[in-house]
Structures are given as C-alpha cells and as structure tokens.
Design a protein around this ligand. Structure first.
Ligand code: SF4
Length: 115
C-alpha cells in the first residue's frame, strides 16, 4: 500500500518505528508499506499465516493510511475508481463514485510530489 510522507511520519510518531523499518521507496520516490518476510502480508497486519486470505487485524487501524481506508476502491489504468479485483469480499461495498476517483487521484498526486 502506498503512503504519503505525512502518513509515514504519523505512523512513526505513533509506533516509534523508523520509516525505513516499514516502507520502501520506489524509483518515483513513492513510499510503500513493506510486507513481512514470513507472512508476506503488510508488516502491520497481525497474522501468523502466509495464506493469501488468512484472517488478521491491522495493528495501526486507528491511524491507517488513506489508501487503506478507501480499499477496496482503487484506481484502474484509466484513472477510474473501481473495486480491486483482488479483494476477497467486494460484495459488501458500494460502487465507487466520481468523488472516490478524485480522492484517490489527489492522494496519488500528493505521493508523487513527496507530500
Ligand atoms: S489496513 Fe493496516 S494491515 Fe492493511 S495494508 Fe493498511 S496498514 Fe497494512
């Protein structure tokens, strides 16, 4: 999950972990949450299984990044908001709106600007 630098700084303040302990930076300078080497899930997911749809709890739920809050709504290649095909429980969500697309596009722009 990509995160803004502000979100990463907030996670650092709340967890005491250095940014490098839970993110990696791609060639565009966008930070993304690391996956745990054992479970292969997000480093903040409390689970002991490496199964793709194993149950787990987010250990930073109260201050999880905006992208996590919006999931399973994601942008497709045409910058339209859609439900992620990889989500195992898409039935419980409303169809994404234009507002969702704008929110995700703004978030993406902030990440690319290093915000
Ligand atoms: S909701 Fe929590 S566990 Fe899931 S990707 Fe976001 S930070 Fe990680």
């Amino acid at each position: 999950m990509p995160v803004t630098r502000e979100e990463a700084a907030k996670i650092t303040r709340r967890t005491g972990k250095g940014i490098e302990a839970f993110t990696w930076e791609n060639e565009q300078g966008v930070l993304t949450l690391l996956n745990d080497a054992t479970t292969r899930a997000c480093t903040f997911l409390l689970t002991d299984s490496a199964e793709a749809h194993a149950p787990g709890l987010c250990s930073i739920y109260e201050f999880r990044p905006k992208g996590c809050q919006m999931y399973p709504v994601v942008l497709n290649e045409d910058d339209r908001a859609v439900l992620d095909e990889a989500c195992p429980h898409p039935d419980g969500f409303d169809a994404p709106s234009e507002d969702d697309a704008m929110a995700l596009l703004n978030l993406e722009e902030r990440m690319l600007r290093g915000g």
